[in-house]
Design a protein around this ligand. Structure first.
Ligand SMILES: Cc1cc2nc3c(=O)[nH]c(=O)nc-3n(C[C@H](O)[C@H](O)[C@H](O)COP(=O)(O)O)c2cc1C
Ligand SMILES: [Mn+2]
Length: 469
């Protein structure tokens, strides 16, 4: 790696923006003209995406708010790479470096002086609508906070947990939340709910992309994502106690919304355009009461474009590091794991193995399913297949699979409640069918065609001026 993440800029959102402006100005677009938060912001992002543009976009003038909006920060792989201190290298190199940083968590430090608490608002001063919160897709139920890093503490272990969970704005001091069955956050909230107690949750808004990557790392419930975020940032996260709830939050965030999830209360939340590219259904979801809003003097509000690369890349590509670790335990001949874009970086996983014995491929596929509940299709191929190529994997499926023997299914298994192919997508069921495919060459696979001597031929000897394409 090229050194510490983003040095010498501050390890926060504004430091990363400064880094991009100084060293990669082509990665940022600033829009000064007034834009409507309802479909105006997302219309521009959608149009840019359709034109093949994936820059981070700073909307300086969103109608109805004095706060600038930072959008699409995680929409390109390049910016994720720069965030961990890499200037060169492909996705494989990124994942190798990322896995090494993830394996070396750094403990946070407690601080007294917090930029994120320069302004503190409680009681009647609370109005979440002061921020440029957007309405994204046509049938969305309202305004949604989409890049809030929800920090909760496990009441049994005292370990902090972070994930992004969307929040519909119900009123100036009430939010909804979708805590999917695929998230640790769902397990933690239910622990409070079962005790009949309110669940404290701090919604952290605006941070360095390395902090996002660490927060969304796919790790066990008893690993602390604040420590992992420190590892990915390559320095400790400074933490400050919240003003109204018993949690500690990153002192260098832009905004923190301190909340309590009210026990037993439910309210309709969504529809909302979700990551599979379809609407997540209305569900009776929990209600959060905002107890304080704290922010910097001149805060920046950050969102995420759900259902688009900004969302898909961020918590998608890094999941393969965890899958590779567990698949390796089940099958020692694994040579690679890849989450293809075609599966929205979530639903599909390709695994390459250097198969030695019958049954290994199925063991590898089962291990992947056990590791990641989002997975629905796991395809295991031989190590000479390029798993970053959908075409090569399809070729293996087309020529090496006997469906009755080489495909297995696990019906009614835990998956994403936003999956459009779940058993009850309108009701938000999290039950799906999983399919594992052994697409390795079997022992009686016929010899593959080849021509002796091809590699010894120099085409320039036969064709004047020949150049390899
Ligand atoms: C932009 C974005 C939006 C997301 N929205 C949600 C959501 O609304 N609900 C949810 O459960 N997960 C959502 N996720 C996925 C979780 O944040 C992710 O799975 C995370 O690792 C969960 O952390 P946890 O298992 O520690 O709770 C979102 C991810 C991204 C990148
Ligand atoms: Mn977690």
């Amino acid at each position: 790696m090229d050194g510490l993440s983003n040095q010498p800029y501050t390890p926060d959102l504004r430091g990363y923006i400064e880094f991009l402006e100084m060293e990669h100005p082509e990665e940022i677009i600033r829009i000064t003209k007034e834009v409507d938060p309802k479909f105006g912001v997302t219309g521009i992002l959608d149009k840019l995406e359709k034109d093949g543009h994936f820059e981070a976009v700073i909307f300086e003038n969103v109608k109805g708010s004095d706060v600038p909006l930072v959008a699409n920060m995680h929409g390109s792989f390049g910016r994720l790479k720069y965030a961990i201190g890499m200037e060169e290298g492909d996705e494989k190199a990124f994942l190798r470096n990322y896995a090494a940083l993830e394996a070396n968590p750094i403990e946070p430090v407690k601080v007294d002086n917090a930029p994120v608490q320069e302004i503190v608002k409680t009681g009647d001063d609370i109005d979440v609508e002061e921020f440029p919160i957007c309405t994204y897709h046509e049938l969305d139920a309202g305004k949604f906070i989409t890049a809030g890093l929800g920090l909760m503490r496990d009441p049994d272990t005292g370990i902090d947990n972070i994930g992004i969970y969307r929040h519909q704005v119900h009123s100036r001091n009430e939010l909804g939340v979708q805590l999917s069955e695929t998230a640790d956050g769902n397990v933690i909230w239910k622990k409070y709910e079962e005790r009949g107690e309110p669940c404290p949750i701090a919604i952290v808004i605006g941070h360095h992309p390395a902090f996002f990557l660490g927060s969304l790392s796919y790790t066990p419930i008893d690993s602390n994502e604040l420590h992992i975020a420190g590892g990915i940032l390559q320095r400790p996260v400074p933490l400050v106690p919240c003003k109204t709830i018993p949690l500690d939050v990153p002192a260098d965030a832009e905004i923190v919304i301190e909340c309590m999830i009210r026990p037993k209360e439910r309210r309709p939340e969504a529809p909302f355009g979700e990551f599979p590219g379809t609407y997540g259904p209305e569900r009776m979801n929990p209600v959060l009461e905002i107890t304080a809003i704290t922010h910097r003097k001149n805060p920046m509000y950050q969102n995420a474009f759900v259902g688009h690369p900004d969302n898909l890349l961020l918590s998608g590509v890094i999941r393969s590091t965890a899958i590779e670790e567990t698949v390796k335990i089940a099958c020692g001949t694994v040579t690679g794991v890849h989450m293809p874009r075609s599966g929205r970086f979530r639903f599909v996983c390709y695994i390459a193995i250097n198969r030695k014995i019958e049954g290994e491929a199925k063991a590898a596929a089962m291990a992947a399913f056990v590791t990641d509940p989002f997975l629905k299709y796991v395809v295991v191929v031989d190590h000479d297949v390029d798993i970053t190529s959908d075409t090569e994997v399809m070729h293996a499926i087309a020529t090496r699979v006997r469906a009755d023997r080489d495909i297995f299914m696990v019906p009614y298994a835990k998956g994403s409640p936003l999956d459009p192919a779940s058993y009850d997508p309108e009701g938000g069921s999290h039950l799906v069918t999983k399919m594992g495919v052994d697409a390795t060459r079997k022992d009686n696979y016929p010899a593959e065609i080849s021509i002796p001597g091809t590699s010894d031929i120099d085409l320039a000897d036969f064709i004047d001026g020949y150049k390899k394409p």
